[in-house]
Structure formats: structure tokens, C-alpha cells
Design a protein around this ligand. Structure first.
Ligand SMILES: NC(=O)c1ccc[n+]([C@@H]2O[C@H](COP(=O)([O-])OP(=O)(O)OC[C@H]3O[C@@H](n4cnc5c(N)ncnc54)[C@H](OP(=O)(O)O)[C@@H]3O)[C@@H](O)[C@H]2O)c1
Ligand SMILES: *[C@@H]1O[C@H](CO)[C@@H](O)[C@H](O)[C@H]1NC(C)=O
Ligand SMILES: *[C@@H]1O[C@H](CO)[C@@H](O)[C@H](O)[C@H]1NC(C)=O
Length: 293
């Protein structure tokens, strides 16, 4: 194999030197495929954490673009609300599958995958979005409790989802997208457990890009602060206000994200527009920088 690459490289060099640099033609079919990239008709997308926030915005957007989506979260009322919305947004009025369950309870991930296959017979795209924003200082007596709760949903559930969905994604030449966080690379006081779990997702995604081979793409999105999500609304009011003003001051776009900002990037990574993006982290943080002065 290496010899073939080397010979191809030499030929490429010769063609550059001899001025033979004609561009590769883009065919009409290829132009059309690009234009049609946002058509998700016939695609099955399983989104964990889609009863709220980023996952719900992603489910709504993908339904509008024609996808058959699976809506899931713990809260049955919210799962039903989002599923109803998706049904009405779907161009062909496809009724989504809605399943309320706690992904940290052993066996529930298998039930979710099985129900998805029973309804749709395949999975093209998996979006691992479920998560909680619980924080604790390592000196707090309840640190271990917070750590295990955070890991259970923010890390372990996603590994199990991906493990059980992998055969279907492979079969569909599909894509997997993880949602990490800016707090993975910039931890701050008391975010240790959350930051650790989110960093694991980045390592897992990069490993899977190798393990699942050339026909499946696996990528991670690391959002900064996303307003309008429950994770964010549940912060103590002073922490929330402080986070908004810090975000405004320390981003080049001078605003927090909204769920749709992140959903659009998920759609990009799920679509063939990103067909040469694999094993990468997309930092969606509004141009966050650490102030120098
Ligand atoms: N908001 C931010 O500023 C921010 C920034 C960076 C990264 N993130 C990440 O973005 C992802 C989405 O969060 P969000 O901001 O959109 O918050 P959100 O509105 O609270 O949504 C979280 C989702 O996860 C689900 N979920 C939580 N625990 C679950 C469990 N044990 N079993 C099944 N589902 C569970 C929730 O379902 P129920 O509510 O129905 O239980 C909900 O659908 C999370 O991974 C979060 O860490 C958020
Ligand atoms: C489920 O969500 C609904 C709508 O947001 C809310 O009124 C209800 O209290 C939630 N139930 C639980 C058990 O959290
Ligand atoms: C899921 O389906 C597989 C294969 O059909 C089966 O072996 C397994 O018992 C099912 N698991 C659950 C939890 O339904």
C-alpha cells in the first residue's frame, strides 16, 4: 500500500513540475449532491437528550429537513412535546419515535436501540447529546456522588449507545456526533468531574474514527455557553448572570450561543458537506479567547 502512495506522490510532483495542473472536473451530479446535502429524507437520526435544549433544536431542524428522528429523554411530557413539534415540521408528516427513559439505568440503552430498529430498521446518524451540568469541588463531601452521576450520563451512556448502535451506523455508512464542552479544555473551579467526562468523549470520538474505519465519520462539538437550555437555566442565578457577562466579554462574537447555533453544526457534521471531516473537534464558542489584559 505504502509503495502505491509513494508512486502516486511522485506522479503528482512530476505533474506539478511539468505544469500539468488541470483542475479535477466537478460533475453536474456532484454539484447537485452538494445542493442536496441538507435533504435528510430517508435518513434515520437517533438523538439522545432530544427532549430539551440543543438536542431538541437538532431534532426540530432535522425533522424540517426530512429526517426520521428518535426523540428521547427522561421526561415523558417533554419527549411528547418535542415529538409532536417534529411531526408537524416534517415535510412528509413523518411521525417521530418518542421514547422516555433514563439512559443511566442498565438495559435502557439496549431498549432504545432495539425500539429504534423495530420502528425504522436502520440508524444513519447517532447524536450523543444527553447530559447534565452538575458541579462539585473535590473537597466537597459529596464529590464522589456528583462524579459518578456526571460520568453515568455524560460519558458511560454515550459509550454504550455508540457500542450498540455501531453495527447499524457501519451498515448505513453513517456518522456519529458527540457533544463535549468548552469546559473540557478550559476547566474552572468545581468543574472537574464534568470536564473529565467531556474530555473522555473527545478521546472516545478520536478512537472511534479509527475503529469504525473509512465509511463512518465520528466528530465532536464543544460548545461554549448555550443559553436557553435547561443545563444553563438550572444554574444558580448569580452564576448564570456571571457566565453571560463573561461570555459577552471574552468572545469575538460577544454573545452566548443559542441551541440552533449548535444544531446547525450538528447538521453539517451529519451531512455529506463534511465528508472529509473525521475524528475532529469543532469548537463552537463564539470565538472565545482568554483576555490577556
Ligand atoms: N448549555 C450549555 O451551556 C452547554 C455547554 C456545553 C455543552 N453542553 C452539553 O450539551 C448537551 C445538551 O445539553 P443542553 O445544554 O441542551 O441541556 P438540556 O436542555 O438540559 O438538555 C439535556 C438533555 O439530556 C437529557 N438527559 C439528561 N439526563 C438524562 C438521563 N439520565 N437519561 C436520559 N436523558 C437524559 C435531558 O432529558 P430530560 O430533561 O427529559 O431528562 C435533556 O433532553 C449536554 O451534553 C451538555 O453537557 C451544554
Ligand atoms: C416534565 O416536564 C414538564 C414540562 O416541562 C414539567 O412540567 C414537569 O414537572 C416535568 N416532570 C418531571 C418529573 O420533572
Ligand atoms: C435487543 O435486540 C437483540 C437482538 O434482537 C436481543 O438479543 C436483545 O435481547 C434485545 N434487548 C432488549 C433489551 O430488548
Amino acid at each position: 500500500m505504502k509503495v502505491i502512495y509513494f508512486v502516486a506522490f511522485i506522479f503528482q510532483c512530476i505533474s506539478i513540475v511539468t505544469g500539468d495542473t488541470d483542475d479535477i472536473e466537478i460533475t453536474p451530479e456532484e454539484f447537485f449532491a452538494v445542493k442536496n446535502s441538507l435533504n435528510f429524507c430517508g435518513k434515520v437520526v437517533l438523538i439522545s437528550g432530544s427532549s430539551s435544549g440543543i438536542g431538541a433544536a437538532t431534532a426540530r431542524l432535522l425533522s424540517y429537513l426530512g429526517a426520521q428522528v428518535v426523540i428521547t429523554g427522561r421526561n415523558e411530557t417533554r419527549v411528547k412535546e418535542v415529538a409532536d413539534d417534529c411531526w408537524h415540521l416534517s415535510p412528509h408528516q413523518i411521525k417521530p419515535l418518542g421514547i422516555a427513559l433514563d439512559l443511566t439505568i442498565p438495559g435502557n440503552v439496549a431498549i432504545l436501540i432495539n425500539e429504534t430498529i423495530k420502528s425504522y430498521d436502520k440508524i444513519d446518524v447517532l447524536v450523543n447529546c444527553a447530559g447534565i451540568g452538575l458541579f462539585a469541588n473535590i473537597q466537597d463531601p459529596n464529590f464522589n456522588d456528583v462524579y459518578s452521576q456526571v460520568r453515568a450520563i455524560n460519558e458511560e451512556a454515550h459509550v454504550e449507545m455508540t457500542r450498540l448502535a455501531a453495527p447499524y451506523i457501519l451498515n448505513a455508512n453513517g456518522a456519529i456526533i458527540f457533544i463535549a464542552s468548552r469546559l473540557a479544555r478550559n476547566p474552572t473551579e468545581s468543574t472537574g468531574a464534568y470536564s473529565m467526562a467531556k474530555n473522555s468523549l473527545k478521546a472516545i470520538a478520536k478512537t472511534l474514527a479509527h475503529d469504525l474505519g473509512q465509511n463512518v465519520r465520528v466528530n465532536v462539538i464543544s460548545p461554549g455557553m448555550v443559553d436557553g437550555t435547561r443545563v444553563f437555566r438550572l444554574l444558580p442565578p448569580s452564576t448564570r448572570a456571571n457566565s453571560i457577562s463573561t461570555t459577552i466579554a471574552s468572545t469575538t462574537l460577544h454573545r452566548p450561543a443559542i441551541p440552533l447555533d449548535i444544531a446547525k453544526a450538528i447538521v453539517f457534521l451529519a451531512s455529506p458537506l463534511s465528508n472529509y471531516v473525521d475524528g475532529k473537534e469543532l469548537q463552537l464558542d463564539g470565538g472565545a479567547f482568554i483576555p490577556v489584559f
